[in-house]
Design a protein around this ligand. Structure first.
Ligand code: SF4
Length: 64
């Protein structure tokens, strides 16, 4: 199972990840990224992979 990792120093709260995978990512009212499902299920993986690739600052990664 893959695990979502966020480099908080790189995240700028753009919300691109939330737009692509709203069940997994949410930028809160303070602009801080919350990962609701750090170990996404198979059903989420396509959207999560798109989100990781789309992050403008490369703050997201997937670890096994
Ligand atoms: S797309 Fe990247 S920079 Fe934007 S909120 Fe998500 S992790 Fe942060």
């Amino acid at each position: 199972m893959s695990r979502v990792q966020v480099d908080a120093d790189l995240c700028v709260g753009s919300g691109a990840c939330e737009a692509l995978a709203p069940d997994v990512f949410e930028v809160d009212d303070d602009g801080v990224l919350v990962v609701h499902r750090p170990e996404p299920g198979e059903d989420d993986m396509r959207d999560v992979t798109d989100a990781v690739r789309s992050c403008p600052t490369r703050a997201l990664s997937l670890a096994e």
